[in-house]
Design a protein around this ligand. Sequence first.
Ligand code: DGL
Length: 290
Amino acid sequence: MAVKKINAPKRSEQMSTDKNNSTRINQPIGIFDSGVGGLTVASAIAKALPNEQIIYFGDTAHLPYGDKSADSIKYYSIRIAQFLLEQNCKIIVIACNTASALAYETVKDFVGNKVTVIDVVNPIVNEIVQNKKLKHIGVIATKGTIKSDIYAKKIKHLSKNVEVASLATPLLASMIEEGFFNNKISRTVIHDYLSRPKLKKIDSLILACTHYPLIKKEIEEFYKGKVKIYDNAEAVAKTVAEVLTKEKLLATKKNNKHKFYISDYTKSFEETSKNFFKSKIKPTQAAIWK
Ligand code: DGL
């Protein structure tokens, strides 16, 4: 399918530099990820905040993020944040664990006081530490997220007596991006990862990659109710709602004309996206890397 190409707009003259500017309430929520994964977060936000318009950016030109260096992830994230600011987004959600782990502070520094930036790690960590029954928390994620050790550091900082077992599961995001889930291949790969000795003692598991909610059912089947499974989507949507409420930026007019941009056209994005987001998605290619 031919996709419409656009050039990234120049930094908008009218872009607000004041977070509390009341003319911004009906401006969109900006969300980004390396590909389709962040749509799990976008979908939860659309459900929690049905009035809001979403602008989504999937950096399919650089997918997967999980294997890239921290410098590359920072570079990509800043450019995408700039693009979302140019679209007059009133808040930016980094709907990617890898980018949240490696580039959250950099993106916050870059946008300054223009908008609030939400990551996907803090909301789920803050939720999970409330459950005092959990003693052995497992984390599965990309190599980049696991190498950063961000989940273990944050959880242990808030809950001293909790063990965290982190395992990189690099095949999963690419497998899901290619549409392999709920089938024999995905079950075999999932079974192999979850059987590793590292995860033997866990009582809960964080799906610390925004692609993984698509295989949540298969993971639940593996554990047969013995392990509590968490993902980022709803906790992030709740945080976005809280921040917009606090900043008096909740939309007053309903606008469901969400816009989806990708940096490179991939057929799998269009095909897989319908599993992540409830309605059919027609992405526009945004040539922001030219
Ligand atoms: N969805 C992304 C995350 O949450 C990563 C997938 C990738 O490797 O690009 O980490």
